[in-house]
Write a protein that binds this ligand. Sequence first.
Ligand code: UDP
Ligand code: GLC
Length: 383
Amino acid sequence: MTLRVLALDHVGVLGGAELSLLDIASAFGDEMSVRLFVDGPFRDALANRGVDVQVLPMGALASVRKESRTPSLAALAAAWRLAEVVANEAASADVLYANSQKAFVVAALAGRRARRPVVWHLRDLLGAPHFSALNTRGAVMLANWLATRVIANSHATADAFVRAGGRRALVRVVHNGVDPAPFDAVSGVAPRALRHSLSPDAAYVMAVFGRLHEWKGQQVAIDALAQLPAECALWVVGAPLFGELAFETALREQAARLGLTARVRFLGFRNDIAPLMRAADVIVHTSTWPEPFGRVIVEGMLACRPVVAASAGGVGEIVTHEETGVLVAPGDAAALAQAVTALRASPARAARLAEAGAAHARRTFGVPAMVDGVRRVLDEVLA
Ligand code: UDP
Ligand code: GLC
């Protein structure tokens, strides 16, 4: 059956949710159109893959944050206006598919107007600490009332939705998939030139990938580096995608204060994730709040690098401790430093974990399985 899916996302930059939708939309091809609420590199990335994409500006809806206690009347009015535009487009679609919380609010209103089913791909852990109580309650009420299905990116995300009052019967879990191709392309060799250009003197490189945000925990990686010998370096890969400029400044100050300026490289947003991971010795995931899923962990595994990850949220669905990686308590810099030291001391164990991780990631977190999962839910909705 050929589908006509109208996908919505309020974000214009390349976060994990957007990179995931990029693969989903590419796979659906002509069956999916994407509407964003703000322009940016995500639109270019979709267009480059031949996806039908347009930007519908969100106006005052932009001012609502996850931690917002009450959305302003202007924001509600903007959501309503945007829903009208989306409802017109939805007339020629079978189903609305929302990839972010704000997009879901608009999709829910539009779906009601246009009498189209709405699927919410939920990629966030609702409730504290990520969302304010009001924001959580509003989203869950709207989902229980107007969503036909909720796709959760992990069991942890599904459970948080249910704990917040969401109806379990609505939820289907579809784990993220990551395309192994860029990792295969660099699998044979360590990219020495890249490593040398970034940290010529380092004997051991620890790398953390992700947007700069306090809860992503780059500060924990810097604290851990302070406990490692001088020949160890840290690469911080990622940018403050949602305006966290003060946090980036604080990270640089922290490194300076600890005398680590020469050992920490801030690389900003990069598109060459696979070669960078391949050029590092260990990939660390440092989120201090529960991570809904964590694509960077799967990527570290696909790069065949040992991964040390913060054990909370969906992370335990990706990594089995001492089998496919190492888990440490979130926010514990000493434990992170210790785990990295142990991996460095035993290259054979590090290689064994990396290889088991790579095999597991390939088997479990492929793009086809993710796309099939999403398609099954859409088929179920339209049946
Ligand atoms: N990423 C990237 N360039 C960077 C930093 C991160 O392309 O400089 C990608 C990373 O490879 C991963 C995604 O951003 O695919 C982050 O996804 P994740 O699920 O780990 O976290 P999110 O940002 O969605 O919370
Ligand atoms: C969100 C989550 C992240 C997840 C991504 C893809 O951005 O923060 O944990 O991996 O969505 O579903």
